[in-house]
Design a protein around this ligand. Structure first.
Ligand code: GLV
Ligand code: GLV
Length: 321
């Protein structure tokens, strides 16, 4: 008998077809986000789960699903999975690293440039029929070339973001749990390791790309925002919860920093409604990895992991060996 799996969000039909060769598949092509109770009910009798960050897999969930042997997260970040609880329940957990590094780095730049140069704000103004009111000081933004790029969280994506800055003649500063090797720093446009304090005080454009955890919760709150330059741009392509959104809204309102570009939010898909009242933000719905080829690669990577896990092989991206 084939193992049974749940695919908790809609996914490419090609990936579903491939999974169906190996498994009895229950899928959620209507793409409704399951509540924890619905997820537990759907997981009864299932051996595997393919999910995204919108599914929380913790001790409470696992206690109700004794058959479950593997969870394949279709994301590089896995703060939605309690790895210790997975291990305690002998559930293999996997993610989709590397396939999205370059695409996510591209998007960090899209967001940084749109934010610093006020692209979406200007487009809204144009669409509203205001062009006749153009003046010399309309939509003055911050230069990117020659500026200091700060990166908080210098994993593979952070390094890919830094590398792209060489064409803009930027100086790169970073802070990370550990310092990179010399060759990694060279790859990352000669990035220089500094304290978090120096990073905040010196960056003209600060990009957040660190994993979310209890330790990084509100890594950027009111005290950190107060240390930044009033002319600075903040970009978050990491996770909601790394920034204290209420504190960020206050800082943007009081012009303690110039602008923010945000792809992730506390409590998404809901988010603080006051963001919508601000002009100096660019808001996107968690799409940094959303290129056609990368999303397909992520789906295939998650499927590879699940197939390996449930056919007695070691999944390529096992998080809890
Ligand atoms: C997206 O946020 C991911 O973690 O892949
Ligand atoms: C970077 O933050 C990564 O997870 O690769």
């Amino acid at each position: 008998m084939k193992p049974s799996i749940l695919v908790a969000r809609a996914i490419f039909p090609e990936t579903l077809a491939r999974l169906s060769e190996h498994f009895e598949v229950e899928s959620n092509q209507v793409d409704h986000i399951f509540t924890p109770q619905e997820l537990a009910a759907k997981l009864q009798g299932k051996h595997g789960l393919l999910c995204t960050g919108s599914a929380r897999v913790d001790a409470t969930q696992l206690a109700q699903t004794p058959m479950l042997r593997a969870v394949a997260n279709m994301a590089v970040g896995y703060d939605n999975l309690d790895l210790a609880a997975c291990t305690a329940h002998q559930v293999m957990a996997t993610n989709t690293p590397d396939v999205l590094n370059q695409t996510t780095a591209d998007f960090a730049w899209a967001l940084l440039m749109a934010t610093a140069r006020r692209v979406t704000e200007a487009e809204h103004w144009l669409r509203a029929g205001n062009w006749e009111k153009w003046s010399y000081d309309a939509f003055l933004g911050a230069d990117i070339h020659g500026a200091t790029l700060g990166i908080l969280g210098m994993g593979r994506i952070g390094q890919a973001i830094a590398r792209r800055s060489s064409g803009f003649d930027m100086q790169v500063l970073y802070h990370n749990r550990s310092r990179l090797s010399e060759s990694q720093e060279a790859y990352a446009n000669n990035a220089r390791y500094v304290s978090k304090q120096e990073l905040l005080a010196t960056a003209d454009h600060l990009v957040l790309i660190l994993p979310y955890s209890a330790q990084t919760h509100h890594a950027i709150g009111a005290p950190e925002l107060a240390m930044m330059k009033p002319s600075a741009t903040l970009v978050n392509v990491a996770r909601g919860g790394i920034v204290d959104d209420a504190a960020l809204i206050a800082a943007l309102r009081q012009k303690k920093i110039a602008a923010a570009g945000l792809d992730v939010f506390e409590g998404e898909p809901k988010f603080h409604p006051d963001f919508l009242t601000l002009e100096n933000v660019v808001l996107t719905p968690h799409i940094a990895s959303a290129s056609e080829s990368t999303r397909r690669a992520m789906a295939e990577c998650a499927a590879d992991n699940l197939i390996a896990a449930l056919t007695h092989q070691k999944p390529p991206n096992l998080l809890n060996p």
